[in-house]
Write a protein that binds this ligand. Structure first.
Ligand code: ACO
Length: 219
């Protein structure tokens, strides 16, 4: 299993993967015109993060980085039907965040999420089993109060049960009165950074995700 991030660079193997991804999007996003999908996936200003297994594309995310504005727009996101809800979508999002931050220099993502995918986007907080905490005093206090002072490490790297992770994320978010790294329906990014860059789209809900500046999203 591997994760790659690439755009239409003319390399044969990359073209085969991009076409595979385009076909997954066409099946999984039936409301999107097929020509539109092909155009964006093959457009050189868009990039695609893909999960590849045995040289086959399992799913991916196509996005456009607006480097000068430091945000990216997720155009399409899908996993092939028989591989959904196995964790690939989450791992893909983590690879996307890591790449967008470290290679493109982005701080945020915006996307028009389909109604039925809002739940998936909300859940995309933190890294693979890693919780971000203790960045600055405010977070330290927040974390202290949640954990009764037992755990106050700056980077606390551990794997917890999903429910526990979600409970802590919610508690932390509440104390800080700010979102953690999942997507939110509230748009905190200043409007002049994105307005006019992304196209209005009726078919979904605009959501935002802040990329943590330090969190190791992937192993
Ligand atoms: N609604 C609510 N929660 C969801 C959904 C959903 N549609 N899909 C996954 N989740 C949850 C999972 O239950 C899981 O939660 P948990 O950690 O509490 O168990 C979490 O999100 C992550 O699940 P993964 O297994 O990582 O997700 P998956 O690999 O299935 O990928 C995706 C999610 C991309 C939405 C996939 O199901 C898919 O391709 N769906 C059809 C296409 C689609 O709707 N794409 C998004 C459209 S919006 C856009 O493209 C901009």
């Amino acid at each position: 299993l591997k994760f790659v991030c690439l755009s239409n660079d003319g390399i044969d193997e990359h073209m085969v993967w991009l076409i595979g991804l385009k076909n997954i999007f066409a099946r999984q996003l039936p409301n999107m015109p097929k020509e539109y999908i092909v155009r964006l996936v093959m457009d050189r200003s868009h990039k695609s993060v893909m999960v590849i297994r045995r040289n086959q594309v399992v799913g991916g995310i196509t996005y456009r980085p607006y480097v000068s504005q430091k945000f990216g727009e997720i155009a399409f996101c899908a996993i092939t039907a028989d591989e959904q809800v196995k964790g690939y979508g989450t791992r893909l999002m983590n690879h996307l965040k890591q790449h967008a931050r470290d290679v493109d220099g982005l701080t945020h993502f915006l996307t028009y999420a389909d109604n039925n995918a809002v739940g998936y986007f909300i859940k995309q907080a933190g890294g693979e089993g890693i919780i971000s905490c203790g960045q600055g005093i405010k977070k330290d206090i927040a974390y202290d109060s949640i954990q009764n002072g037992v755990e106050t490490l700056a980077w606390y790297n551990f794997t917890v049960l999903r429910k526990e992770r979600e409970k802590r994320r919610r508690a932390l978010s509440k104390v800080l009165d700010a979102p953690t790294e999942g997507f939110t329906k509230e748009i905190y990014l200043e409007k002049d950074r994105w307005h006019g860059y992304i196209k209005d789209y009726d078919g979904g809900i605009l959501m935002e995700c802040k990329i943590d500046p330090k969190l190791p999203y992937t192993d």
